[in-house]
Design a protein around this ligand. Sequence first.
Ligand code: SAM
Length: 164
Amino acid sequence: MVRLNEVRENEIAVAPPDASDAGLVFIGRIHTPWTSRLECPRQGRQDGPTCEIEIFEPWVPALDGVEAFERLEVLYWLDRSRRDLVHQSPASDGTTRGTFALRSPVRPNPIGTSLVRLLGRDGARLKVRGLDCLDGTPLIDLKPDRCLFTPIAPPQPGDFQTGD
Ligand code: SAM
């Protein structure tokens, strides 16, 4: 169920410590069709709408070579999330799980990741499919899909996470 910043039954919020500066810089912005969490998908789909990743200067040259990859891992900052819940109730039914057992956008450092299909590059902009974030979401990093570099290992217990 979509969260709009309320604390639900049995959820636990804490007072987070002051931020320590990791020196993070936003390297771009993500353009998607979604302006509300009520309409945004929970996870991106490879057959989802085409979205654009805009890279800011001075990072545009860092895109060189990216066209060679069919899939990219995208890391982004879920900037409109609350950050203080340690137990959450995704189904809003009174049952809760720890934040680190969920892919919820509500987390102390609200980093989201998606594996996207690269459709093309136009200068500082990449066209991709497979995103699940709001329009204007800040971009943290882009990496080629790791499967292209490392052999695919058989699935291990705990590889697959459920819930969000
Ligand atoms: N695929 C990422 C992951 O697994 O790390 C994100 C999954 S998270 C469940 C996706 C949800 O986060 C969306 O459905 C939307 O409700 C919410 N969301 C998307 N963009 C956001 C933003 N910029 N700030 C806060 N919440 C956002």
